[in-house]
Design a protein around this ligand. Structure first.
Ligand code: X8Z
Ligand code: ZN
Length: 643
C-alpha cells in the first residue's frame, strides 16, 4: 500500500522495465530476522500482511496532522511516517535476495511495486530518515497554516481560501496583485527546508539504485523513465495548438479588459487569471464568455442560492432572533448541510451507473467543511484509511462550481479505493497514478449543460452554435488551460532532483518554465528571495504532478470509451452517460483491477487500445478549436519564449 502522500490519494506507481538499479542477487547478504528459505511468493505474502498490520496507525497519524495542525500532531505524523519508511526500506532490502530468481510474473510485479511504493524515498541512515519526515511534515503544515497578514497586524490575516476568493471575484488589478503576492509570501520560509528535502530524498533514491528521486518518480509507468518523459512530450505536442489558440483568445480579451495591463510582454499576468496558479481559468467567465446571451451556465450562482435557502431555513427553524454566537453556529451548520448535499449529488452520479452507495464511515469520518477552531490542510484529498470501508474525503467545501466538480473528482478516488480493496495491499493502487486522477474527471466531462439542467443547477439550455461554444469554452477553461501547467510542475522538480536546477536559481527556473509552457508571467519581477513553487500545494506536499497531465489526456479517452459502452454515438462533447449501467460495469471492472496488471492491459480492457493518446481531446474540442481560430484571425498568437 502506498503511503507516499496520503494527503492527495494513495496510489502505487507501476514499473515493468528493469530499473537501472538491478543488482547482482549474489551480492545480497542474508537479512537478520528473515527466514533464509523464504520463497519469493512467501515474501510477498508476508510483506502484504505486515503492510496491512502497520497501515492503520500510519493513516491515523497522517489524518490527524492534516485535520488538526499543531506541534503535537506534526510530531506524531513525522514519527508515524518514520516508522513506515523504515519498514519500507527494510522490505526493499529483504527483496534484494530474489533479484535474478525465477518467479511468477505476479510476484515479480509485486516486488517491483514495493520499490516504488513511496514518492519520498528515504535514506537508510536513521537520523537522516527522521530529519526527512520532520521536514516533510513541517512543510505541509506551513502550507496548511499559511496566512497573509497585514503588516504589523498579526490579527488581520487571510488564508488561501480567502485570497483565492479575491482572485475569483475581484476585477481590481491591484487587489488581485495583493492577494496573489500575499499568498506567495507564505512560501518564502520553505526554501531552505525544500533544498534539504531534495538532498535527502535523492540520497534515498540513490540507495535504491535510481539516479535521483525524479528518475524514481518516472519509473512507475510500465515503461522506462526516458520513455514516459518522451510520451508526455508527445501528448503535449498533440494538444499544444489548441492551448495556443485559447491563450491567444484569453490574452486578447484581457488586454481589452485591462488596457495596457492585460499582458506582460505577450504573456498572461499571473494574478489576473482568476486562479492562484493559472491552472484553471474558469473564474474568468465574466471576461471570456463567448456569447453572453446564449443561456446562463452560472452553477456557482445556483449553488450560492441553494446555500442561502438552507441557511434561511435553519435560521427560521430557531424561531427567535439568534444571538451573534448562535448565528455563527447556524451558518456553520448550513455550510455543512450544503456540503453534504453537494456530495450526495455527486454520489448519485456514481450510483446511477450501478456503483454502490458510499459506506457509512465515509459520511461519519470525512471532513467536509473548514473547521473554525484550528488550522487544517484544505487542499482536497481522498483517503483510504483501512484498506476497507473507512474511506474519507478531506475538503473545505464552499458552494461554488469549482468545489462542486472537485467533489466529483475526489469521489473518483474513493470509488477506486472501494473497487480494489480486495486486492493484496501491494496492488491497491491505480493502474498508474494518472488513471487514479482521471476517474472522477471522466464523470465531470459528463456534466453537460443537459445534466446540470436535470439537477436544477442551470436553466433548460438553448440549442445552437452559440450555446455549444459557450459550453465548450466552459470546459476548455478548466481542461485545456490546465494542460501546460500539468506538465511544467514536474519539469521543474525533475530538474531540481537531477541538479540542473539548483537552490540559487529555483525561482528563475520556475518562471522560465511557466513562460515556456503556460505563457504566463508575474506582473513584477520575482527574484530568488521568493520561493514561488512552494505556494503550490503539491511541492511542499511532495505529490508528483505528471499524473494530472496524463489524467487530462486519459479522461477524454475513458469518457469516449464509456460513452460507446453506454450505446451513445453522437458528437463526443454532447455525451452524458449518467444512468448507464453498461458504462458503469465497464468502469468498475477497470477500477477493480487496481495495479494488479500493467496499465496497458487495463487500458486495452476499457478502450481497446494500449496507448495514451490525445486525439479524443481534439475530437471533443473540435468545434471550439475552429471557433477560436476564426476569432483569433489576424492576431499575432504565441508568446516570446514559448516552445
Ligand atoms: O490536487 C488535485 C486534487 C486532489 S488529487 C484536488 N488536483 C490538482 C490540483 O488541484 O492542482 C486536481 C486537479 C489538479
Ligand atoms: Zn486527485
Amino acid at each position: 500500500m502506498n503511503l507516499r502522500r496520503l494527503s492527495c490519494l494513495l496510489a502505487i506507481s507501476v514499473c515493468l522495465a528493469l530499473p537501472a538499479c538491478e543488482r547482482d542477487a549474489t551480492q545480497a547478504p542474508p537479512v537478520a530476522g528473515v527466514p533464509e528459505d523464504e520463497t519469493a511468493d512467501q515474501f510477498v505474502a508476508r510483506v502484504n500482511d505486515e503492510m496491512r498490520a502497520m497501515y492503520r496507525e500510519m493513516t491515523a497519524s497522517q489524518w490527524i496532522s492534516s485535520t488538526y495542525i499543531n506541534q503535537d500532531s506534526q510530531l506524531l505524523a513525522a514519527k508515524g511516517n518514520e516508522r513506515w519508511l523504515t519498514a519500507l526500506n527494510g522490505w526493499i532490502e529483504q527483496a534484494r535476495r530474489f533479484e535474478g530468481q525465477e518467479m511468477s510474473p505476479e510476484t515479480a510485479r509485486a516486488i517491483r511495486l514495493l520499490k516504488l511504493n513511496t514518492a519520498m524515498p528515504a535514506p537508510r541512515d536513521p537520523e537522516r530518515l527522521a530529519e526527512l519526515t520532520t521536514i516533510a511534515t513541517r512543510m505541509e503544515g506551513m502550507y496548511g497554516a499559511g496566512a497573509y497578514c497585514v503588516e504589523g497586524d498579526p490579527d488581520n490575516c487571510r488564508q488561501l481560501g480567502q485570497l483565492e476568493e479575491v482572485l475569483r471575484t475581484s476585477r481590481d488589478y491591484d487587489e488581485q496583485l495583493d492577494a496573489w503576492q500575499g499568498w506567495h509570501s507564505i512560501a518564502q520560509p520553505m526554501r531552505d527546508d525544500y533544498a534539504r528535502f531534495v538532498e535527502l530524498v535523492n540520497e534515498g533514491a540513490r540507495e535504491m539504485g535510481y539516479a535521483d528521486a525524479g528518475e524514481m518518480w518516472r519509473s512507475g509507468y510500465d515503461m522506462s523513465p526516458v520513455e514516459i518523459a518522451a510520451e508526455a512530450d508527445r501528448l503535449w505536442g498533440q494538444v499544444k495548438p489548441l492551448y495556443e489558440q485559447l491563450h491567444c483568445y484569453a490574452r486578447n480579451r484581457l488586454e481589452a479588459r485591462y488596457p495596457d495591463q492585460g499582458s506582460v510582454d505577450g504573456l498572461l499576468p499571473a494574478h489576473l487569471m482568476g486562479n492562484m496558479w493559472q491552472q484553471d481559468w474558469s473564474n474568468l467567465w465574466d471576461i471570456l464568455e463567448p456569447y453572453p446571451n446564449a443561456g446562463s451556465l452560472d452553477v456557482t450562482g445556483a449553488l450560492e442560492a441553494q446555500y442561502q435557502a438552507v441557511l434561511d431555513n435553519r435560521a427560521a427553524a430557531t424561531g427567535t432572533l439568534p444571538t451573534v454566537a448562535e448565528r455563527v453556529e447556524i451558518e456553520r451548520q448550513a455550510q455543512h448541510d450544503m456540503a453534504v448535499r453537494m456530495t450526495r449529488r455527486a454520489e448519485e452520479f456514481y450510483t446511477s451507473l450501478g456503483m454502490p452507495e458510499l459506506p457509512d464511515p465515509f459520511w461519519a469520518n470525512s471532513q467536509f467543511t473548514k473547521p473554525r477552531d484550528r488550522d487544517v490542510v484544505c487542499h482536497a484529498s481522498a483517503w483510504p484509511m483501512d484498506m476497507d470501508e473507512d474511506v474519507r474525503i478531506k475538503m473545505c467545501i464552499e458552494p461554488n462550481e469549482e468545489n462542486f466538480t472537485t467533489i466529483y473528482h475526489e469521489l473518483g478516488h474513493i470509488y477506486y479505493f472501494l473497487a480494489y480493496k480486495d486486492q493484496p495491499p501491494l496492488f491497491q493502487a491505480g493502474a498508474h497514478d494518472g488513471f487514479h486522477e482521471a476517474i472522477g474527471d471522466v464523470i465531470v466531462l459528463s456534466m453537460t449543460p443537459e445534466y446540470l439542467a436535470s439537477i436544477g443547477l442551470v436553466e433548460e439550455q438553448a440549442q445552437g452554435q452559440a450555446a455549444l461554444i459557450n459550453s465548450q469554452m466552459r470546459m476548455a477553461l478548466s481542461k485545456v488551460a490546465f494542460l501546460p501547467f500539468g506538465l511544467m510542475i514536474d519539469r521543474w522538480r525533475w530538474g531540481v532532483f537531477d541538479g540542473s536546477i539548483t537552490p540559487e536559481n529555483y525561482n528563475q527556473a520556475w518562471w522560465e518554465l511557466k513562460a515556456r509552457y503556460q505563457g504566463v508571467a508575474p506582473a513584477e519581477p520575482r527574484g530568488e528571495e521568493f520561493f514561488d513553487p512552494g505556494a503550490k500545494y503539491h511541492v511542499p506536499g511532495n505529490t508528483p504532478y505528471t499524473r494530472y497531465f496524463l489524467s487530462h489526456v486519459l479522461q477524454f479517452q475513458f469518457y469516449k470509451a464509456l460513452c460507446s459502452a453506454s450505446g451513445y454515438d453522437g458528437p463526443l462533447h454532447e455525451c452524458n452517460f449518467h444512468g448507464s449501467e453498461a458504462a458503469g460495469e465497464r468502469f468498475w471492472t477497470m477500477l477493480s483491477r487496481g495495479a494488479g496488471q500493467t496499465w496497458q492491459e487495463t487500458m486495452r480492457e476499457i478502450s481497446g487500445g494500449e496507448q495514451m493518446d490525445a486525439s479524443a481531446v481534439l475530437e471533443y474540442f473540435a468545434p471550439l478549436q475552429s471557433w477560436l481560430e476564426a476569432q483569433n484571425e489576424g492576431l499575432a498568437c504565441g508568446w516570446p519564449g514559448g516552445s
